[in-house]
Write a protein that binds this ligand. Structure first.
Ligand code: SAH
Length: 454
């Protein structure tokens, strides 16, 4: 087998990243664009010692789980790698990913863990409240859209079913402004030009819209004309509340630079979550799928069984969303977060919602959590919501030493959840529940809430 060969392959399974898995003898081949149950003609891309990668070039016999992708750009864009798989099957794949990780990486006996079906969306479209569109040049013109898979080539798009139409309208408005005014967008290779990205946030409940124009230069000619054009646009379902210029003069892949200049309207927009109001600035981390965030947090709260008397520790608390939801049901809540701005937002959000029993600490969990527990803070319930790389032994062992009644682990990566849950299980906790929640339909991302009892 060598790159370029085409082979017929039955797709037996789905990998955690959404690729189909086929086998020749025992040799595994990961196939992009294939669906479990397909017979495909696959073109080999790379060959390694223990596996190969391939792309499905023709479906010879379609799987019963296959569907026509709902997006014209699906093969070029790569944002929704499961869009050719029926939604019910996507949910089953996500449950399987969690199950496999807990068994293989965590070594858990699945007889003792109740793993729920993945909680999906009734309407798994237009679910994102945040869209980031790269802007660049193609054929002498400004274009905006998405990066093609594993590249920085921009795929121009005029619609995207993951986001709101209003976000697309904001992008078109900026691209048209650049073309009308003959202003060069950022050129990645030449490291010159202006606009690099259009970043749009929408408030699901408040219907507020924020447009952030991320630029390499602080000055853009006739920027007032762009602001007027945005203000004159009738955004579908949303009302423009904020236009911000973000300056990013560094050569990096960060979505935003450090400096924000509000061009029009307010510096932040607000949205509601679980009956609380949150103020969101361009840099704030705010969960991306507002409908499913509610499902995720309700699941986390119900597993936490708060009764008004408990002390709660919320590690990796971001802008305090879980902390503030828990505060209404707890005696005292302590949030820990490494990003200073997020901790400031958390304090503002507590005040905004008249919550007085929540306090927030800024610092690395691995330092702050052992320190808090060393100062005799004894949480009854601990929430953990770490980034993809999971938690760490210092944080987890400090939590173990405090012996909370229950640990509710909100995870965006089943592999690190399984690893950390094993560490906690070896320290005297029992993994009893895992509830996958589909926060990102049509992508391979799997979010999961797990419960560990003392
Ligand atoms: N619970 C929040 C945020 C979860 S995202 C919510 O649901 O909105 C994970 C958070 O962990 C991010 O805000 C990130 O800044 C923070 N983080 C990452 N590494 C950290 C560390 N070592 N210590 C504390 N917080 C960390």
């Amino acid at each position: 087998m060598k790159p370029g060969d085409t082979i017929k392959l039955n797709i037996l399974n789905t990998a955690p990243d959404g690729r189909g898995i086929g086998k020749i003898d025992h040799f595994v081949i990961f196939v992009i664009g294939a669906c479990e149950g397909d017979l495909v003609l696959a073109k080999i891309l790379t060959v390694h010692k223990t596996y190969a990668t391939a792309a499905a070039v023709q479906v010879l016999a379609p799987s019963p789980f296959r569907q026509e992708s709902f997006c014209r750009a699906s093969s070029a864009c790569g944002g929704c790698p499961l869009s050719h798989i029926q939604y019910e099957k996507q949910l089953a794949i996500k449950k399987q990913t969690v199950t496999d990780a807990l068994a293989r990486i965590g070594g858990f006996d699945l007889q003792t863990v109740e793993i729920s079906d993945a909680l999906g969306m009734d309407r798994p479209f237009c679910y994102r409240n945040k869209m980031v569109f790269p802007v660049g040049q193609a054929g002498g013109k400004a274009v905006g859209g998405f990066y093609a898979p594993k590249s920085h080539d921009i795929v121009p798009l005029d619609s995207c079913l993951a986001g709101e139409e209003a976000a697309m309208q904001a992008l078109s408005c900026v691209v048209q402004f650049l073309n009308d005014e003959c202003i060069a967008p950022f050129h990645e290779a030449k490291k010159c030009g202006t606009v690099r990205r259009v970043f749009v946030r929408t408030g699901f409940h408040t219907k507020a819209l924020m447009v952030v124009i991320s630029s390499f230069t602080e000055r853009i000619r006739h920027l007032d004309r762009l602001v007027s054009a945005l203000r004159e646009t009738e955004f579908a379902g949303y009302c423009l509340k904020s236009v911000v210029l973000n300056v990013n003069q560094k050569i990096n892949n960060l979505v935003l630079g450090d400096k924000n200049i509000t061009l029009w309207g307010s510096d932040t927009i607000e949205d509601e979550l679980m009956g609380l109001i949150f103020s969101i600035s361009p840099h704030s981390f705010f969960q991306v799928n507002p409908v499913q965030t509610q499902v995720l947090y309700q699941t986390a709260m119900s597993l936490a069984e708060l009764d008004g008397t408990k002390t709660v520790l919320d590690v990796y608390c971001g802008i305090g969303t879980i902390s503030l939801c828990a505060a209404k049901l707890a005696k005292r809540v302590i949030g820990v977060e490494i990003v200073k701005e997020a901790v400031l937002d958390a304090g503002v959000n507590a005040e905004r919602n008249n919550i007085k029993n929540a306090e927030f600490y800024c610092g690395a969990a691995e330092q702050v959590v052992p320190d808090l527990i060393g100062r005799d803070i004894r949480p009854d319930v601990v929430f953990l919501d770490p980034p993809r790389k999971g938690s760490d032994e210092k944080t987890l062992s400090a939590i173990l030493s405090a012996r909370p009644e229950r640990i509710v682990y909100v995870s965006c990566n089943p592999a690190t959840l399984a690893r950390d849950a094993r560490y906690l299980a070896d320290g005297g906790y029992r993994l009893t529940r895992a509830v996958p929640v589909d926060m990102f339909p049509h992508t391979a991302h799997v979010e999961c809430v797990a419960l560990l009892n003392k």
